[in-house]
Design a protein around this ligand. Sequence first.
Ligand code: GUN
Length: 289
Amino acid sequence: MPATIIDGRQIAEKLRADIARDAAEFHAAAGIAPHLAAVLLGDDPASAVYVKNKRLACEKAGLKSTLIQLPAATTQGELLAVVERLNADVSVHGILVQLPLPKQIHPQPILDAVAPLKDVDCFHPENVGLLSQGRPRFLPCTPSGVQQILIHAGVKVPGSHVAIVGRSDLVGRPLALMLMQKGPAADATVTVCHSRTRDLAQITRTADILVAAMGQPEFIKAEMVKPGAVVIDVGTTRVGERIVGDVDFARVSEVAAAITPVPRGVGPMTITMLLANTVAAARLHGASQ
Ligand code: GUN
């Protein structure tokens, strides 16, 4: 039987309606809307599209968004000064510095400079530390989107074996931290695979839930997937005019029980969780006043 296709856009829409309600409630109580400031350097077309989608999603959900667009040649010091200005601006609740940054910028000192209470990406070491201790302040957007997909698709995570292929700071590592913790959409046995993993297919074939997040188009083939597994595809690589995931969708969907497509799978969930974090940051800001 072909796999159920999990519609990430539908789940995202449902969650965004709840977030819009929360945003309106905050706005009514505080007199200002939750406010996300996004910083974009240069004119990378993929980043420009991401940022535009984030702004549109903010607008639709009743959040305020500001875009700070800087030249590609911006220096480390200039970018740091922009982040510090946003940290000090009490009207800004969430700050997002769009990655990747141009090569003259060292990303870590920039991400470390974002005020932890405004760190809606959950990149700051303080927030990553809290997450790893199982007491998160924010949940990182893409991993949180994956977890929400599993919840809304009715996938039983506790006790299952989750194999994550990819150990990035953005997805693989934080997702592993989240799924191994105690909780209803967690309590999993997690294996993190990467480019140096031996016998990768042997491991992925034992997974009840397989998350592909290594950024290699159509790398996961049908013979790497256990029949009846749930497959979550986080990959988004531009190949010509198409956006291609990390999973060979056509073949794997003949083996899996459920699968997320690309596009319309994890992608819409990342932005949704960013909106949720911005509302959460606005509430934290209110609580710290
Ligand atoms: N570039 C691609 N994905 C992301 C993300 O989730 N956050 C930031 N800041 N940049 C990105």
